[in-house]
Design a protein. Structure first.
Length: 466
């Protein structure tokens, strides 16, 4: 039975779109869109594409052949994803060339290999393959991971720690016929995906319908929407209404939070993909974390009475499944709260007569702070904090830390670029000497409750201090 196709995804010329319009129509409303006209000056679009418009595979072997990458075998399922193997870029390219010449070049989907999640920017920082379009610059996930680890677990493998400290800026490459099974993105982040060459077919399901692709216990979701989906296992699947679109070469698709999607490469394709979140969708991250926490807890509820540190075990399981635990998320939220705050203060210091309501930069920062407060209020009502209110964050130490200063400046640069404003450089010493009252008020933060009070006080002072 075919899919029911209902929704249509808009195509908009990115050169004629303002950031504010993009934020209002797509980020805030969580709607997908395809943007054109934004990749004209990318080095990737020249170096990585041959004269005939196909991927320049030799370029990859010659310049990046030694990189070790994750490759999905599109014909083999492993749990909820495709089976992954590791190989060098050269091996991957050799395999691609070999099969593209043969008759069964993956016609049955079995021999098709798809290079995914290649941390290209991290590995080749000096080879500037592209510039992130302004619409996607407000990227808390990657700005954060450039300075901090998401989850530090001294007891875990090195490999795991590398994953939790890595970024979410990827290159994907695969021959015609390669594909990605149905999923919603990591952390329920947004993603953007730019086709350097090739074409992709996307199938989207809006978050309000996501239950239709789950089994009756809401445990597992459909893997491939084109397989013969078992009606007794997924009784509601046939009711789902899909949004379909074709993404052409040099087009960028914006994938909103929580939209399930399945993707097929219609031609040999190379794409650049980032996952990210910011003040608009951070509540999706928290909601997912909370759901996964409750699930992790449910699985081990029967050993609660014999477990010395039941909450600790729940949090460890949560980190293993979700990539972060409550503490990691809370620390991330505190760092963003502080960085946005110190940037507002710095903006006021640098421009003594500034009217916060008419500065676009100040509006960005204050919007972030208000959303951070909302998310913190949500966190505050979760009982696990009461059971485990031991996360003491010392504000002075955090603010004086060199990584934090660099992190603030990276965030400041982002908003300066987005708002066409001169750069703000955060000076912790000036901050301490001029805002003693604030620092003393919140010298330590141990719980979401305390962060809310601190933010209330800080926001009031921003408005009243001269
Ligand atoms: O292009 C693909 O194969 C998958 C991309 C994807 O799932 C995403 O960008 O969120």
């Amino acid at each position: 039975m075919g899919l029911k196709i209902g929704g249509k995804i808009e195509k908009v010329n990115g050169k004629e779109l303002s950031y504010n319009d993009f934020a209002e129509k797509y980020l805030a409303k969580n709607q997908p869109v395809i943007l054109t006209g934004l990749m004209g000056d990318w080095r990737a679009c020249k170096d990585w594409v041959s004269g005939d418009g196909k991927p320049n595979l030799r370029f990859f072997s010659t310049h990046f052949g030694g990189s070790r990458v994750q490759v999905a075998d599109c014909g083999t399922r492993e749990f909820t994803d495709q089976k992954r193997v590791e190989m060098s870029v050269s091996e991957f390219i050799d395999n691609w060339i070999k099969f593209s010449g043969s008759d069964n070049g993956g016609a049955d989907g079995k021999s098709l290999l798809y290079l995914k999640d290649w941390h290209f920017v991290k590995e080749y920082p000096d080879y500037v393959a592209y510039t992130t379009p302004i619409f996607f610059l407000d990227d808390w996930l990657n700005i954060y991971l450039d300075k901090y680890c998401m989850h530090n677990d001294p007891g875990s493998y090195q490999e795991r720690n590398e994953i939790s400290c890595s970024d979410y800026r990827f290159v994907y490459m695969g021959a015609k016929g390669t594909w990605t099974p149905l999923h919603a993105d990591v952390f329920r982040s947004y993603s953007w995906s730019a086709n350097v060459c090739g074409r992709k077919q996307w199938y989207f399901l809006s978050p309000s319908q996501h239950h239709l692709v789950f089994d009756r216990y809401m445990k597992s979701s459909v893997y491939d929407i084109f397989e013969d989906v078992c009606k007794s296992k997924y009784p509601e699947f046939a009711k789902a209404i899909w949004w379909e679109c074709t993404q052409e070469q040099n087009e960028i698709i914006f994938v909103p939070s929580g939209w399930y999607h399945q993707v097929h490469n219609l031609e040999d394709t190379i794409s650049i993909i980032h996952n990210w979140f910011n003040a608009y969708n951070i509540s999706w991250v928290w909601d997912l974390l909370l759901r996964e926490y409750n699930e992790a807890k449910g699985y081990i509820e029967d050993i609660k009475d014999i477990c010395d540190d039941f909450e600790g075990l729940c949090q460890r399981n949560l980190a293993a499944n979700a990539g972060m635990d409550f503490r990691d998320f809370f620390i991330l939220v505190i760092r963003f709260a502080l960085s946005n705050l110190v940037l507002v203060y710095q903006l006021k210091n640098d421009n003594r007569n500034i009217d916060l309501s008419s500065s676009q930069m100040a509006r960005f920062l204050l919007f972030n702070l208000r959303n951070i407060k909302c998310i913190t209020l949500k966190m505050k009502y979760v009982a696990a904090w009461q059971n485990r209110g031991i996360f003491i964050i010392n504000l002075m130490e955090t603010i004086k830390d060199q990584s934090f200063v660099e992190f603030c400046n990276a965030l400041g640069r982002t908003y300066s670029t987005a708002c066409n404003h001169s750069e703000i450089n955060f000076d912790p010493n000036q901050f301490f000497s001029e805002h003693k009252q604030l620092v003393l008020f919140g010298s330590q933060i141990c719980s979401p409750d305390e962060l809310v009070s601190f933010l209330d006080c800080a926001l009031k002072l921003v408005e009243t201090e001269g």
